[in-house]
Ligand binder design. Structure first.
Ligand code: URA
Length: 233
């Protein structure tokens, strides 16, 4: 790997910032100042920035309680994105949201720079469960629960079996293993109900930390990362 890429990733700098620091003599490789930004590292060299050792950049895993009003994208010309809610030192780590929640939806969103984990967590083959709390503006009659659970036509596509836990006529939990566009809203509409509010509470073995207020985020602990890996293995 090139030295500037390594320093950028390990220190949370942009590639340009890393080059400036390298050229200024702030970086040593195996104890010697190195000003060649493109120097190739074989791996295993001791790289220091301002005398402090840098370790290979690891992956970052963040749980966000997504607020309504922002979109699940890394950039958007018109809308605020979930990445915009993160501080600059995290935004530099090329993080992206794993899957999508609608702009008006809230709840559990995994944000990472681990492409392989994201790919598996979203793969239909892995059937990773996504659980949502729903508040409804049109009631969900008892006789529709079975129909929803077996699968409904949401416009040219019949949904896979899912789990529904009715709380009362105007609220329920639903656990699906797919992620079609507006899937849950369209499923409820297919049985004559209507979603007024949707919050994801679990995804791929990870549960929303209810102590996070909407818009807040935190890094996952090792146990939570392991739980995801077990779920999607
Ligand atoms: N289903 C929806 O309708 N919206 C979401 O944001 C997620 C699932």
């Amino acid at each position: 790997m090139r030295l500037d890429k390594f320093v950028a990733g390990a220190a949370g700098l942009t590639r340009g910032e890393a080059r400036t620091r390298i050229r200024a003599g702030a970086v040593t490789v195996d104890g010697r100042a190195e000003s060649d930004t493109g120097r190739s590292l074989a791996g295993g060299e001791a790289v220091c920035l301002d005398g402090r050792p840098l370790s290979a950049p690891g992956y970052v895993y963040i749980m966000m309680n997504k607020p309504a009003g922002c979109v699940c994208a890394t950039e958007d010309k018109r809308e605020k994105t979930v990445i915009d809610l993160l501080p600059p030192e995290l935004r530099r780590l090329r993080l992206f949201p794993v899957g999508r929640l609608d702009k008006d939806a809230e709840g559990l969103l995994l944000i990472t720079n681990d492409g392989a984990l994201a790919h598996k967590a979203l793969s239909p083959k892995k059937r990773a469960g996504k659980k949502y709390f729903l508040r409804l503006s049109l009631p969900l009659p008892d006789d529709k629960i079975d129909i929803l659970e077996k699968g409904v036509d949401i416009g040219g596509y019949v949904t896979k079996p899912c789990g529904v836990e009715k709380i009362d006529d105007f609220s329920a939990y639903i656990t699906v293993t797919e992620g079609k566009f507006h899937q849950v809203k369209r499923m409820l509409a297919a049985v004559g109900s209507r979603v007024e509010y949707l919050r994801r509470v679990a995804f791929a073995g990870l549960e929303l930390d209810e102590s996070l207020k909407t818009g807040q985020y935190r890094e996952l602990c090792t146990k939570e990362i392991e739980k995801i890996l077990l779920t999607i293995q």
